[in-house]
Design a binder for this molecule. Structure first.
Ligand code: HXC
Ligand code: NAP
Length: 291
């Protein structure tokens, strides 16, 4: 695994970046790297104490400036408050990373209507709320900016047992591609990252509770035979929000070690055949000539 920081020093200097769900997991990893590259950072989520603790850790580690703002992305008024607080503290908001999410595994027929809605509200409506509030501001201010949405690979394949999340992430992907075109003329770029498995407490507690983590070890699903390292995702995110990617718009970049393709290719299961069987199989397939 190669997980060195990628971009040159100060690559994000002068940018103020807002990361929703930035107090934990992948949001925390991306935010920390943005700070190391010279950005100002705003982190938001529902739990203020978590945000404040993370902000203090990040400032101590990087020497950068972090503003922690409590915000439930389901509430448009609270999102507008994040925007106002960001501008008040740093003078502008330049990048929005829609990373906040909710998810859990369940057979769909066991879900209440409210359970289904709660995921759609956080993931799809929350992303819409943030994008709309920031987008209106950027367009009115005639400011170039960018949005990075964190989706998943099952945004394009769908997935059993996480159906509300699959529906919501699919919607976020449609939002990404739609606004890339509609808002391109305002200088607003919109892109997405589709991560494969990157161990975080938030995801693992809800997707692989108890001994599922052992029974359903994600690394066995990945051709590269490992899960992702947070810095690998942070490197990609930093590139996509930096000016080095100024001509990338409407793209979704998968970072999953090949996981979703392994699940998709019809004959990929032949990986299970031991090497010594291939001589016999070759004779059999050659013998099929003319049949
Ligand atoms: C069935 C459930 C449930 C479960 C909650 N509900 N958990 N139903 N099985 N395990 C139901 C509740 O009974 C309720 O319905 C409704 O869902 C809302 O639940 P609340 O607890 O009131 O919601 P809330 O406090 O808003 O919490 C949202 C949450 C929670 C999503 C349920 O888990 C959360 O806060 N998650 C945030 C962090 C997170 O999920 N991180 C993981 C992202 S990972 P009723 O009908 O009873 O009112 C990710 C990875 C993708 O996205 C791919 C990885 C490889
Ligand atoms: P995580 O640590 O649980 O992150 C989710 C964050 O969202 C939390 O900080 C949470 O904070 C915040 N959040 C949840 N509901 C919110 C709401 N209503 N308003 C505001 N913030 C809210 O999990 P993670 O693994 O780092 O996930 C980060 C992103 O990566 C998500 O979009 C997820 O779908 C995506 N992803 C992760 C993986 C993976 O393998 N880890 C794979 C594919 C995609 P509060 O509880 O304080 O609100």
């Amino acid at each position: 695994m190669y997980n060195q920081p990628m971009l040159k020093d100060d690559a994000l200097k002068g940018k103020t970046i807002v990361v929703t769900g930035g107090g934990t997991g992948l949001g925390k990893a991306m935010g920390t790297y943005f700070l190391k590259l010279g950005a100002n950072l705003v982190i938001t989520s529902r739990k203020l104490e978590v945000l404040q603790k993370t902000a203090a850790e990040m400032e101590a580690e990087t020497g950068g400036k972090v503003l922690a703002v409590q915000c439930d992305v389901r509430d448009y008024g609270q999102v507008e408050n994040v925007l106002a607080a960001t501008i008040s503290k740093f003078g502008s908001a330049d990048v929005l990373v829609n990373n906040a999410a909710g998810n859990f595994i369940s057979p769909t027929e066991r879900l209440s209507a409210n359970a289904f809605s709660s995921i759609i509200d956080i993931v799809l409506k929350g992303t819409v709320n943030c994008t709309l509030a920031f987008g209106k501001h950027w367009i009115a201010a005639k400011q170039a900016a960018s949005v990075l949405n964190i989706v998943t690979t099952y945004a394009f394949t769908g997935s059993a047992y996480v159906v509300p999340s699959a529906c919501a992430k699919g919607g976020v992907l449609a939002l990404t591609r739609s606004l890339a075109v509609e808002w391109g003329k305002y200088g607003i770029r919109t892109n997405a990252i589709a991560p494969g498995p990157f161990p975080t407490k938030g995801a693992w507690d809800r997707l692989l509770p108890g001994d599922l983590a052992e029974k359903f070890d994600f690394k066995n699903r990945v051709p590269l035979k490992r899960v992702g390292d947070h810095q690998e995702l942070a490197n990609l995110a930093a590139f996509l929000v930096s000016d080095f990617s100024n001509y990338i718009n409407g793209e979704v970049i998968t970072i999953d070690g090949g996981e979703w393709l392994q699940g998709a290719g019809q004959m990929n299961g032949l990986e299970a055949i031991p090497n010594e069987m291939w001589d016999m199989l070759e004779q059999m397939t050659r013998g099929a000539k003319g049949s």
